[in-house]
Design a protein around this ligand. Structure first.
Ligand code: PMP
Length: 457
């Protein structure tokens, strides 16, 4: 490809490229940020500025940029067999090997894998699987899937419907039928003044109420992210997941855990289901499975559903990219590097606790109402009043102001409303954590200054 300067890239982009989750008119007027290169935990933009990637791309570049092991695995597989499908009674070594490797990493009875190209496709696959499963059991009326408001499960019709993002539902008449939502276990946002464990129990018990309201005979499954990611790194109170698991068992509802963000070491465990002691019937993974180097997703299926599927005749479902050999080879290399470098143990014992300690130190800032985190996920809440924890008016756009100041400081931090979130590469060093937290503090100072000036006007 010819080398293009920043202006040329921006012009081509503005002329022809529709971006995901973007106000296209506003972006075309402003010109998109151009990222040209990555190495380790850093990105470089077209102006040559170095930026610490506090979000690991979109929660996925867990091993950092420029890992030769992953690049070489892709190269070797491209030469050996760049593509073949898994339909029509065929397999290939990368898919078979990766399925077995994943089965070895997964908790409990999750021993069967179905490959997809993305997290959204995992969740579409889940919907088709659970309905097919129940139909096979002679219970075709078990169709309803219960999720949570402010959940994120992807952008396809089923993914966006299972998700609980109101602006997504508002576009195009979602959710689809038989996908319903209960409230999320977001203590800071919706449970202030209550005991966290009481709140967690109350939110979990909404599942039971919803099941009874719908009729247990109609409910197929409950789906949830162990920690909500895109919703704002929402870590449920300890009481929440055990109660959800209990209710699912009581009514024989399948439990689906969406570990697209939480999987592959993000929480200091291979899967967050281990941390929460969950025994899901189905588990979705993507993103970190290849450290984001190439698209791949997988649905892990527990013994009960797997038996139903295996004995259920042909399952009319699959993607051209299901188990793409290059993606599987990269995932295999990614998992091997994670094992060799003890990445998960390091997140659990060393860099996770270190980041959490340093992140918590931001709690004394006048703008910060709460800090929280788990493993290498963390969030802080911007507030107008530290004592009452009152939020800024929406029009102030406090989160977006802070996000811009972060970027000026050379740090990618994401804003979800007025919640600032991070999810850095798992290979981040202590010095780089210090740099992240120092830059975040400077950005908070500048945000305070900007917001005070706004209020003064
Ligand atoms: N589930 C969760 C929990 C996610 O965070 C995401 C993506 N952020 C998805 C599903 C969708 O994945 P994809 O964008 O690969 O379709």
């Amino acid at each position: 490809m010819p080398e293009l300067n920043k202006g040329a890239v921006q012009r081509l982009d503005a002329a022809h490229h529709l971006h995901p989750f973007t106000d296209s008119r506003a972006l075309r007027q402003k010109g998109a940020r151009v990222i040209e290169r990555g190495e380790g935990v850093y990105l470089w933009d077209a102006a040559g500025r170095r930026i610490l990637d506090g979000m690991a791309g979109l929660w996925c570049v867990n091993l950092g940029y420029g890992r030769q092991e992953l690049i070489e695995a892709a190269h070797a597989q491209l030469q050996q067999l760049p593509y073949y499908n898994l339909f029509f009674q065929t397999t290939h070594p990368p898919a078979a090997t990766l399925a077995a490797t994943l089965a070895g990493l997964l908790p409990g009875e999750l021993q069967q894998l179905f490959f997809t190209g993305s997290g959204s496709e995992c969740n579409d696959t889940v919907v088709r699987m659970v309905r097919h499963f129940w139909a096979q059991q002679g219970r075709p009326e078990r169709r309803v899937i219960i999720s949570r408001h402010n959940a994120y499960h992807g952008s396809t019709l089923a993914g966006a419907s299972l998700g609980g993002m109101a602006p997504m539902h508002a576009q195009g008449g979602l959710p689809l039928p038989d996908m319903v939502h209960i409230d999320q276990p977001y203590h800071f946002g919706e449970g202030q003044g209550t005991d966290p464990d009481e709140f967690g129990l109350a939110r979990a018990r909404q599942l039971e109420q919803k099941i009874l309201e719908l009729g247990p005979e109609r409910v197929a499954a409950f789906i949830g992210e162990p920690v909500q990611g895109a919703g704002g790194v929402i870590i449920p109170p300890a009481s929440y997941w055990p109660e959800i698991q209990r209710i699912c068992r009581k009514y024989d509802i399948l439990l689906v855990v969406d570990e697209v963000i939480c999987g592959f070491g993000r929480t200091g465990h291979w899967f967050a289901s281990e941390y929460y002691g969950l025994q899901p019937d189905l588990l979705c993974m993507a993103k970190g499975i290849t450290s984001g180097y190439i698209p791949l997703g997988a649905v892990a299926v527990g013994a009960r559903v797997a038996e139903g599927l295996i004995d259920g005749g042909e399952f009319f479902h699959g993607f051209t990219w299901s188990g793409h050999p290059v993606a599987c080879a990269v995932a295999q290399a990614c998992i091997e590097v994670m094992k060799q470098e003890h990445i998960v143990e390091r997140v659990h014992d060393d860099i996770g606790p270190y980041l959490q300690r340093r992140w918590a130190s931001l709690g004394d800032h006048p703008l910060v109402g709460e800090t929280r985190g788990l493993g290498l996920l963390a969030a802080l809440e911007l507030v107008a009043d530290k004592t009452t924890l009152a939020r800024f008016p929406e029009a102030a756009g406090a989160g977006l102001v802070c996000r811009e100041h972060c970027f000026e400081q050379g740090l990618v931090m994401r804003a979800v409303g007025d919640t600032m979130i991070i999810s850095p590469p798992l290979v981040i060093s202590r010095e780089q954590v210090d740099e992240l937290v120092d830059k975040a503090r400077r950005a908070l100072d500048l945000t305070l200054h900007t917001l005070s000036n706004q209020q003064g006007k």
